[in-house]
Design a protein around this ligand. Sequence first.
Ligand code: EPU
Length: 343
Amino acid sequence: MSTPRTLAESTTLRIGGPASAWVVARTESELVLAVTRADAEGIPVLLVGGGSNLLVSDEGFAGTVVEIATRGLAADTDESGATVTIAAGENWDTVLAHLVTRGWAGVEALSGIPGRTGATPIQNVGAYGQEVSQVVHSVRVLDRTTGAVRRLDNAACGFGYRTSVFKRDPARWVVLSVSMRLISGGRGFVRYAELAQEMGVSVGDEASLADIRAAVLVLRGRKGMVLEDADHDTWSAGSFFTNPIVTDEVAVAIAADCPRYPAAEGVKLSAAWLIENAGIAKGFALAADSRAAISSKHTLALTNRGNAHAADILDLASAVTTRVRDAFGIELDIEPTLVGLER
Ligand code: EPU
């Protein structure tokens, strides 16, 4: 089954030309077959889930898009919780709504994130004090170097801030399903200051999963991070830059009001703060009639104001990184995957 369409129709940035071929994989075996067949024939493959982390060239993709549309959720329950296995193609937020209804805790703060479940371990999705790496039990994958289907346990996934073995070696792995270990009881902990403030509780307090989910959806909506057709602030790939992790020496030189968080290899600084304090305000665009602009609700989101080309986004990204480099000597890294493009 092949349905050629443009990547603009399948990405949240709504940018990108057509693909040479398009396969919608609705079962795991269709997914494995589509990728292994293309690999055997030497045809490039672009895996697309929700398209929420992709910036694709206007020329499109000279190869086969394999759209991950697999479905299924199975729960293995015990006295303390559940091990839930979710097909890669399941819409992440639909899954979250279900998990919260079942009272299973561990990912409620990741509510409202666009995209499909299989993408979440790849960039170790995180928000409001949780990261999927904290609950991933194992990930079932196709290893394209051998054609074998394997299960990687949490340690083998090599998780870090917005990274994993899947992100480091994208040509090797296809995520087929994700198993997560969740805790029963319907309550979770609030671990992010802004979320606690929104809920009128303190960091570390307990709250119902439904209340946490509702508050996260309000916060994300306010930041333009919940997809909304009519709101161009949401035509984005979420955070376009990761928060830079710098050494203690670099961090002390940055003004104290820049939010910072401890990280494995140093200090994580707020990229949004650095961008704003380098002189780029919310809503910034390179020209009055630019088709790309910084979101008017969050400086980390680069947005398509309608009919933007990939180059418009890249030019804006380059202006942001230049200004931050000039102001602070810090190099911002791009978070979304670039397809057919170079920075
Ligand atoms: N800030 C600004 N300007 C803004 C927004 C934020 O100066 O427009 C400053 C504020 O001082 C704020 C601080 O940055 O206190 C942190 O902002 P926020 O809580 O929005 O978090 P973030 O670090 O900008 C990260 C993730 C988001 C995630 C939020 C909430 C990354 C790259 N981004 O953003 O994830 O939703 O935390 O936990 O780590 C994504 O990765 O696509 C994403 C949306």
